[in-house]
Write a protein that binds this ligand. Structure first.
Ligand code: ADP
Length: 267
C-alpha cells in the first residue's frame, strides 16, 4: 500500500514424526498498528504534560504577580480570590504530575525505560526520608528507619524512592502531630519486605480492597484538604508490580497502618 510496515517474522522447520523435514513454516505478523498505538499512548502522556502544564504555569505566574501587586493588597476580597486561584492551580499541578507519573509507569517498557540495578535499600530509604523531611517536620513526626546496611536488591532506585515517598507522605497525612512513622526493611530469605508503619487514623477493612484504585479515597473531602490526589497508592502498586512484587496492608482503625512492599528475591 506504499506505506512502511513493521513485520514480526517467525520461521520454523516442519518435520514429520520420524524427524524428516517436510517444509518450512513462515509466520508474518504485521505489528504496525500495535506499535503505532503504543507510540500514540506514550506521545499522549508527553503531550498532556505540555498542553496542560504550560497554561497552568502561566496562570500560576500571573496569580503570583497579582498577589504581589501593592495596589491590590488593600482589597481583601481580591486577595482572597487570588489566593483561592493560586491554591487550586497548585492542586491541579499536583494532580497532573501524579497522573503523568502513573501513566509513564503504566506504559513504560520494563526492559528499556527502567534502570534496574543492585542497589542498597538503606540508600533508597535515606533519600526518600530526606525528601519527606519538610512534611515530617511540619507535624513534628519522628521517622525511625531500620534497614540492614548490606541489604541490596535489583531495583530501579528512583521508582522505589517514589513508592516510599508516597507511603511516607500518606503516613504523615493520616497521623497526628508528634507521632512516629517507621520504615523497615527485612530480609525474609526468598522475599524482601519493606514496610512503612504509622500510628494514625487507620483504614476500615471494607475500604482496604479499594484504596489502590486510582482516585479512590476513604474520605474525599479530607484527602483533598490534606493535598491528596487519590493516585499515590495506585502508583505504589504499579511500582511493586514492575519489580515482580506486591503490596500488602494491615490496618486497625484508630491505631494505625502498615503498608508492606514485598519483593521476590532472584533465585
Ligand atoms: P491520597 O492522595 O488521597 O492520599 P492515596 O492513593 O495515596 O490517595 O490513598 C488512597 C486513600 O487511602 C486515602 O485517601 C486514604 O483514605 C487511605 N490511606 C492511604 N494511606 C493511608 C494511611 N497511611 N493511613 C490511613 N489512610 C490511608
Amino acid at each position: 500500500d506504499g506505506k512502511t510496515h513493521i513485520i514480526n517474522i517467525h520461521a520454523s522447520a516442519l518435520v514429520d514424526e520420524t524427524g524428516e523435514r517436510m517444509g518450512a513454516l513462515l509466520i508474518l505478523n504485521d505489528v504496525t498498528r500495535m506499535r503505532q498505538l503504543e507510540t500514540m499512548r506514550k506521545d499522549f502522556a508527553a503531550n498532556v504534560s505540555h498542553e496542560l502544564k504550560t497554561p497552568l504555569t502561566s496562570i500560576q505566574g500571573f496569580t503570583e504577580t497579582l498577589l504581589a501587586e501593592p495596589s491590590l493588597l488593600d482589597n481583601a476580597h481580591v486577595v482572597r480570590c487570588l489566593e483561592i486561584i493560586a491554591n487550586n492551580t497548585k492542586r491541579l499541578t499536583t494532580i497532573i504530575d501524579d497522573l503523568l507519573k502513573l501513566s509513564e509507569i503504566e506504559h513504560a517498557d520494563r526492559q528499556k525505560d527502567f534502570n534496574f540495578q543492585e542497589a542498597p535499600l538503606a540508600d533508597v530509604i535515606n533519600s526518600a526520608a530526606a525528601i519527606c523531611r519538610p512534611d515530617l517536620d511540619s507535624k513534628q513526626i519522628k521517622l525511625e528507619s531500620d534497614c540492614p546496611a548490606d541489604l541490596a536488591l535489583p531495583i530501579d532506585p528512583f521508582l522505589l524512592e517514589l513508592a516510599l515517598v508516597n507511603l511516607v507522605e500518606n503516613a504523615v497525612k493520616y497521623s497526628p502531630n508528634n507521632s512516629e512513622v517507621g520504615i523497615s526493611a527485612e530480609d525474609k530469605g526468598r522475599e524482601v519486605h519493606v514496610s512503612v508503619i504509622d500510628h494514625g487514623t487507620g483504614i476500615a477493612e471494607a475500604h482496604i480492597p479499594r484504596i489502590f484504585e486510582r482516585f479512590y479515597r476513604v474520605d474525599k473531602a479530607r484527602s483533598r484538604e490534606l493535598g491528596g490526589t487519590g493516585l499515590g497508592l495506585a502508583i505504589v502498586k504499579h511500582v511493586a508490580q514492575i519489580h515482580g512484587g506486591r503490596i500488602e496492608v494491615q490496618s486497625t482503625p484508630g491505631k494505625g497502618s502498615a503498608f508492606t512492599l514485598i519483593f521476590p528475591r532472584p533465585m
